[in-house]
Design a protein around this ligand. Structure first.
Ligand code: SF4
Ligand code: SF4
Length: 496
């Protein structure tokens, strides 16, 4: 029997991926052990009259859909019990089915050795926590952009990253990856609009591929674009380089254009929609990043239907105020408007449930697909290189660099910094410490919290929104698992 912990599935967006609490699973036999259901850490939410979704909200994390037999078995293990004793009390279930359900629940982590029987005397016995996330670098290829989005935090100076600076940034990323034991490097080609520097993307990614091969590291890359400059030739090159593409789309028609217009004032929706369809027609599936503000929340159901019709991966990210956007007061997050818009979008998801998992990106910076203690990788596994080779902790602080490409291990400098953004563990945030959702929410974007409160160590200003949406998101996941229960990745999560 394996104690099998969940692994992170993180959608692409413009933020830094956090590190999940993945541990190397260790083989533990259950024969003779007394098992117990996970207690307070278990959250169950009805999916329909027959099934409920169950989630372990503790640091291990796990999720499954339970039918009546699964619920029955969990009840029997409410107090510590050996499998043999439990079987005696489960006479109403066929023995073969009862054994299978016990095994499934144990594999998924919902049944665990009771405390006195636990084989894990220390963290070492449980296997080391491994840096399962990559070291991620944001490469700010240009500050220029052909759009002028109302929430943009950039001044759009006419400055580009040179080839030499780009290569130095990639060298620095690999130095830090090797020095800090990372197995994987992720590069985000960003700006400004990175497609304005498409030849540089190609050059730098070829260079990164050669370094990855030389050092035996995995490499992934993504281009974060507004989509308007995409051509079929670019799509072919992105595919050949195995680069993914993330396109920002905030609504249909007017709802997108309310946020994202060209420098001359014309809306960009038509061109972005064309770009998404162009990518699809040429065999590249873009990830859609939707920025949600009070101004556009009413349009969420329509854009969600459009996204699901095309079977696209997506993330819904809440607008974060910055110095340049603060004058647009109508974008500020009005709790009720955002909750209503999100719930209306969830309704559309319920009616068009995608096969693809969506919990990694459905509620802002929360990630319900894997337990974690930090909202993002800032200060841990994230480097943001500006066009001059200066390095910041977050792209929204790109003008507040901490170090530069010349230091031997920039990640060590970023990790040691005590002055810039402090990405505090959710276990240390006031208001979050006792929250049942803490390992899925992690307390929200540190910058948004600091801007709203002047503190990093407190709960998110979006807390009420999160708490209103988490149960609904879990219910949607339950419906998705039930709909695709023939899927090999799903079948183990249906306990019936
Ligand atoms: S921000 Fe709110 S929902 Fe998130 S962990 Fe903190 S208290 Fe819980
Ligand atoms: S601090 Fe906020 S904006 Fe910056 S990477 Fe983290 S979640 Fe994103």
């Amino acid at each position: 029997m394996l104690w099998n912990h969940s692994f992170a599935f993180l959608e692409d967006d413009d933020c830094a991926c956090s590190q999940s609490l993945t541990r190397i699973p260790k083989q533990v036999g259950i024969d003779g052990l007394r098992l117990q259901a996970g207690g307070d850490a278990l959250k169950t939410i009805p999916v329909n009259s027959q099934f409920q979704i169950i989630a372990r909200l503790d640091a291990q994390g796990s999720m499954a859909v339970l039918g009546l037999p699964g619920q029955r078995v969990l009840d029997v293990f409410a107090n510590p019990s050996t499998v043999t004793d439990a079987m005696r009390r489960l006479v109403d279930l066929p023995a073969e089915q009862a054994v299978k359900v016990v095994q499934q629940l144990a594999t998924l982590g919902f049944l665990q050795p009771s405390e006195q029987d636990c084989a894990c005397a220390s963290e070492d016995d449980c296997g080391p926590a491994v840096p399962s996330s990559p070291l991620t670098s944001w490469l700010h290829l240009t500050d220029r952009c052909n759009l002028r989005c109302d929430y943009c935090y950039l001044p759009h100076v006419r400055e580009d990253m040179s080839s030499e600076t780009g290569r130095a940034a990639i060298d620095a990323t690999f130095r830090s990856a090797i020095a800090n034991g990372f197995k994987q490097v992720k590069l985000k080609y960003a700006g400004g609009e990175p497609l304005l520097r498409f030849p540089l993307i190609v050059e730098l990614h070829h260079y990164a591929q050669s370094l990855a091969e030389q050092h035996g590291l995995d490499l992934e890359g993504v281009v974060l674009s507004n989509g308007t400059l995409l051509t079929p030739a670019m799509v072919e090159i992105l595919k050949s380089l195995r680069l993914r593409l993330m396109i920002s789309l905030d609504g249909l028609g007017q709802h997108h254009d309310m946020h994202r217009r060209y420098a001359g004032g014309r809306g960009s929706f038509a061109d972005v929609a064309e770009a998404v369809d162009l990518a699809l027609a040429n065999g590249l599936t873009p990830n859609i990043s939707v920025t949600v503000s009070s101004r556009t929340a009413g349009g969420l159901p329509d854009v969600m239907a459009w996204i699901l019709e095309r079977e696209l991966p997506f993330s819904l990210n809440f607008y974060r105020e910055n110095e340049l956007s603060a004058s647009h007061e109508d974008m500020r997050l009005d709790e009720q408007k955002i909750i209503n818009g999100m719930l209306a979008a969830f309704k559309v998801i319920e009616e068009n449930l995608p096969r693809r998992p969506f919990l990694g990106g459905i509620i802002d910076r929360a990630n319900l697909s894997a337990s974690h203690t930090h909202t993002c990788g800032v200060g841990q596994n994230y480097l943001v290189f500006d066009q001059r080779g200066q390095i910041a902790k977050c792209q929204m602080h790109i003008r507040k660099p901490i170090t530069d490409v010349h230091v031997a291990d920039p990640l060590a400098v970023i990790r040691a910094d005590q002055i810039g953004i402090q990405n505090i563990s959710v276990e240390e945030k006031e208001g979050c410490k006792t929250c049942e959702w803490k390992y899925w929410c992690a307390g929200g974007c540190p910058l948004a919290t600091y801007r709203a409160t002047g503190h990093y160590d407190v709960k998110s200003p979006n807390c009420n929104i999160y708490k209103a949406l988490f149960p609904e998101a879990l219910r949607l996941e339950g419906l998705r698992l039930l709909k695709y229960q023939d899927d090999p990745e799903v079948v183990q999560k249906i306990v019936a």
